[in-house]
Design a protein around this ligand. Structure first.
Ligand code: ADP
Length: 259
């Protein structure tokens, strides 16, 4: 709490009292702290791949390093790290657009078949690489109102995470159904899961349960923050139910009509 005080005098300059104004600055402080944390996180996330790119490039440039197979290995690392930087900058720009509400949603009526088209094929091709069984259970005839590209991004992101955080030979299921006038889209996996106490935090920017694992698999730590923004811009909600080493289910609820 911050306060400002001012004395009050009468006509003959006798002190009659004091006016104190109290401001609750807890929220302001919190916002300021979050902003600082964000800048620190971004800097850290950028610094790590840059250090690595610079280091490996220097080693290649070193005249004594002539083995072409080692050179190739280092160039591969430089490539991977650049891809990570690119993904990070892309997600940061996305998030900043969403937060500034610059992004106008292109709302239209979307048949569910149109929404999942293409995404399921992509998920299947990723799942196969890990021998993960990917299946869908999509109720017929569902239509919803929303921005098709953005909602596709939501589903693709959840599926990407499910496959990413599920060990080889696991299972991932995409379910779409209509319930109480809303469309429920859920992505369930039987992967590594999330500790209960961390479930609410994973939608925060850069929050990761296991930072090393997420970075190694190319994650930017911004995916779920972006997903949450898009869902809420559609007047929808997202929640997660998870158990460590058993799996996770992410459920998105969207209205079927525009309000
Ligand atoms: P990342 O790029 O790290 O995957 P996200 O914002 O998409 O960033 O997710 C945040 C964190 O939530 C991840 O680092 C991971 O710890 C956890 N997470 C997300 N989806 C899953 C899932 N299906 N199973 C287990 N953990 C998950």
């Amino acid at each position: 709490i911050e306060f400002v005080g001012a004395p009050i005098f009468n006509e003959v300059k006798d002190l009659r009292g004091v006016v104190l104004v109290f401001h609750d600055i807890t929220d302001l402080k919190k916002v300021e702290q979050m902003r600082k944390d964000f800048v620190a996180n971004v800097s850290h996330e950028l610094k790590t791949p840059i250090t690595s790119i610079k280091g490996f490039a220097e080693t290649i440039l070193d005249e004594e390093m002539e083995d072409p197979s080692i050179q190739k290995k280092f160039i591969q690392i430089i490539y991977n790290e650049s891809a990570r930087l690119q993904a990070l900058v892309h997600d940061l720009l996305e998030l900043s657009k969403l937060e500034k509400e610059e992004l106008q949603l292109k709302i239209k009526k979307i048949p569910i078949t149109e929404l999942v088209e293409g995404i399921t094929e992509l998920a299947e091709s990723q799942a196969v690489k890990k021998s993960i069984t990917f299946s869908t259970n999509i109720e017929e005839g569902i239509t919803l109102f929303g921005d098709s590209e953005r909602l596709k991004q939501v589903i693709a992101n959840l599926l990407y995470n499910a496959i990413n955080y599920t060990p080889n030979e696991g299972k991932v299921i995409l379910t779409v159904k209509q319930q109480d006038g809303r469309v429920e889209i859920s992505v369930a996996d039987n992967g590594i899961g999330i500790p209960k106490e961390q479930c609410s935090r994973i939608f925060e920017r850069f929050y990761r349960v296991d930072p090393a694992r997420s970075r190694n698999t190319g994650g930017t730590g911004l995916g779920l923050a972006i997903v949450k923004h898009i869902v809420e811009a559609h007047d929808g909600s997202i929640q997660v139910e998870s158990e460590l080493n058993k799996g996770s289910t992410f459920t998105v609820l969207l209205p079927t009509s525009i309000t």
